[in-house]
Write a protein of this length. Structure first.
Length: 154
């Protein structure tokens, strides 16, 4: 039986990782459009923070995203992080440590954005007067009470 050359031994792993990364990116893009398209039937979003954001009115949500974007460190553009991972995935032999480092950098970027969004949300809530906050809480309670997949933001 003929042995597979070392060059091709990693190919199924590289192709599998490439497919997984492509599916993650496609899922993120679809999720972003679904999340931000203004449609009435969207989900709460990922994690626990979705309802807190969706209960804000559209202007507050827009402002919150802009504020979070401004606060997020922009030391490495997102595209450059994906380019780094693509380079790592194409390398022969596959460098697991380099892939782990690239993923850790992407995770740090996501956490940084979440921190910026959390701070911007807290600033917005703190700036509300009692009546605005009560209206926000009513929208939040209504949003949480509805069955998943049947969210209506008013």
């Amino acid at each position: 039986m003929e042995k597979t050359s070392g060059k091709w031994r990693w190919m199924p792993l590289v192709l599998g990782l490439s497919l997984a990364l492509n599916l993650l990116v496609a899922g993120a893009v679809v999720g972003a459009f679904w999340h931000h398209d203004g449609s009435q039937g969207r989900s709460h979003g990922a994690g626990f923070a979705g309802p807190y954001i969706h209960a804000l009115d559209s202007e507050d949500r827009r402002s919150l995203r802009e504020t979070a974007r401004e606060r997020e460190p922009q030391n490495v553009p997102r595209r450059a992080r994906y380019d780094t991972m693509i380079k790592v995935l194409r390398a022969d032999p596959f460098d697991r440590a380099a892939a782990a480092t690239a993923l850790a950098e992407q995770q740090a970027s996501v956490l940084s954005r979440q921190d910026a969004l959390r701070a911007a949300w807290l600033d917005r809530i703190a700036a509300m007067d009692t009546a605005d906050r009560a209206a926000y809480v009513a929208r939040l309670e209504a949003l949480i009470a509805q069955p998943r997949g049947n969210k209506r933001h008013k």
